[in-house]
Design a protein around this ligand. Sequence first.
Ligand SMILES: [Zn+2]
Length: 357
Amino acid sequence: MQAYSRFFAGLAGRPTIQTRHGKQSMWLTRELFSFEPIKDETGKVTHHLLHLGTKKHPLGCLAFTAHRDYLPPASIHLSIHAGRWHVSFNYDDGIAEPSAEETTQWLCSFSAAELSSVTLGLDRGVQIPLAASASDRQNFDFRAIEKKRLTRQEKHKKRWQRRQARRMQGSRRWKKAKQRVAQCQQYAANLRRDFCHQTSHALVADPAYKLYVLEALKVKNMTTSAKGDTEKPGKNVQQKAGLNRAILASGWGQIKVYTQYKALRAGKLCIEVPAHYSSQECSHCGFTHPDNRRSQAAFVCQSCHYTDNADTNAAKVLVKRGVALMLGEGVAKKKVKRARIKQQKVGAECSKPAGAT
Ligand SMILES: [Zn+2]
């Protein structure tokens, strides 16, 4: 119902039927589940049981370890992805957090110099997923062991993909190979998501900064294929595909989303500024020229001879743009479009006079 009303309101595509093999999820309301803590002889809670279904129609129970204290939620989402079951739920913890408007107003009361000192620019890149504008040049990147594990999983995945291709489609062995491919992909996705969570947490936990500035990247446009069409075939399709993979693997979108919600919770703000030529502009004098960037790493201004690391310089440019945006026109909040499910009144159609258009 919700999916269809969003579709009819023009906010989303037509809902599709989920296949048996892909990611599946289910939304359960309060009357369909209950929690039960399981205690050992000493009275210590060892794990929890989640009973699903009603008394009349029990569906079974799932055992889980609670990593933190919880309250019974109003509804839960149950999902299965790559052969693993997940239960997710949320509830109001009662801790008041300032709204985005309040935080924006508070930050706008700062002077330009004050605001610059509490602003952190974050340059997202392919070589280094995230470079900060701080003086200690803090860069966020995957650890060496993580990179090693990612390449190993990638190798595993390719091997199982080849095996899957050789096996008879739909057979038991084919399904097994498919499952292994999904598991490898899941591992890489989990590792990247963990990196994004840890990075955004580290950023927001730093008490020195109140405003975080990212460049607005259109990831979807940036990762279109270079394939072209039959009349105009593209060039360097393989290289572009590799770059696209690298862009998507750096988790640009996730870092933004996580930083935004974590910042709001902490009474801080994360904004986006236009990204044009941020890598070629001098953060010292504002001179913009392609020659400023001689190599991937070094930035040398052709006008004032200011030198810096290229990513750090770009992050500093973002700080300038962010401060100007906050104190200038301000950050316009995009209005969220929502579809509302309207209850149809019985007989509403009939009450119209006949023949009226
Ligand atoms: Zn300069």
